[in-house]
Design a protein around this ligand. Structure first.
Ligand SMILES: C[S@@+](CC[C@H](N)C(=O)[O-])C[C@H]1O[C@@H](n2cnc3c(N)ncnc32)[C@H](O)[C@@H]1O
Length: 282
């Protein structure tokens, strides 16, 4: 992942007022608990994009990308843009990118990380994304939005939930009957080496302190070239960044099909519940 010259602190400073003025906070107390919340509060994912209009950003596509995948998702329908879209666990950029790339869509982003939402709010403000609403909320509580959606993107999130199937059910509850949900979860085999390192971290009792992160970084740097994690590391440049926390709970953004197909599993489900299709990895 490229480095961007915007720091989380800068972003929060600029975005705090936008978030507090324009966005609703749902079930805040519940979202502030837990290691996952703590991690994404401390280290937003992915690295914040400062400008969605930059040429190198414009060429990247959204995770589920309903425009590109339209006829896979809805083979019997002509393309339209004015969808109600939910980006569940939107992180720092994804909801704003959907809103920026699809101005006629009404996009809602939810996340339990207020730091990530602060950057989404910065992008909303910068690009005047009137079609974007942001909520500090857990997927598990999505019904409290009292909205339903044509398209839901939940990318790199469900595996973090204590009950992923419960989370998927909650999302299904706000999906319209003809709607589609695009799901990306971690791919088991491509992450074999990551699981080894996670197990080591558990055995050593490592947490999220600076010292523990340093220990993980040093361990990574000392592993032999043939260790199972090296394939993952070679495809995860954000792990090598000076700004990277080195946490092995992180996923990196997609850059090529080979990596994506081994590291991630993607599927889409029609709201009609008659079809479950695999989306070709991009
Ligand atoms: C790996 S990031 C993915 C971000 C974004 N979907 C993307 O692909 O760029 C996972 C995000 O899910 C959020 N998250 C984790 N558990 C969540 C939950 N129960 N409800 C809402 N968001 C959650 C985290 O705060 C984090 O921002």
């Amino acid at each position: 992942m490229d480095e961007f010259p915007i720091s989380r602190v800068d972003c929060r400073h600029r975005c705090r007022s936008a978030l507090s003025q324009g966005e609703r906070t749902l079930v805040k107390s519940a979202t502030e608990l837990g290691a996952v919340a703590g991690q994404y509060e401390k280290w937003v994912y992915p690295f914040p994009i400062p400008d969605l209009d930059a040429p190198d950003v414009r060429t990247r596509r959204d995770g589920g990308d309903f425009e590109r995948n339209w006829y896979t998702f809805w083979p019997d329908r002509p393309y339209r843009e004015d969808l109600d879209v939910l980006v569940a666990g939107c992180g720092s950029n994804a909801a704003a990118r959907y809103a920026f790339n699809h101005r006629k869509a009404r996009v809602t982003g939810i996340d339990l990380s207020s730091a990530s939402l602060a950057h989404e709010a910065y992008l909303k403000d910068k690009h005047r994304l009137d079609n974007l609403a942001l909520h500090h909320a857990r997927i598990e509580d999505v019904s409290s939005l009292a909205q339903d959606f044509d398209f839901i993107d939940v990318s790199g999130v469900l595996h973090h939930l204590p009950d992923p199937v419960g989370g998927l059910r909650a999302l299904a509850g706000v999906l319209r009957p003809e709607g589609t949900i695009a799901v990306m979860i971690y791919g088991q085999w491509g992450r074999t080496g990551v699981y080894m390192l996670q197990e080591m971290s558990r055995l050593l009792g490592l947490g999220q302190s600076e010292q523990d992160v340093l220990t993980v970084k040093q361990t990574l740097a000392s592993l032999p070239k043939r260790h199972a994690i090296q394939d993952y590391v070679s495809r995860a440049p954000d792990l090598k960044s000076a700004r990277a926390p080195g946490s092995l709970n992180r996923k990196r953004g997609p850059t090529n099909a080979t990596w994506q197909s081994s590291m991630e599993q993607r599927a889409t489900f029609s709201g009609r519940r008659t079809a479950a299709r695999s989306t070709p990895a991009r």
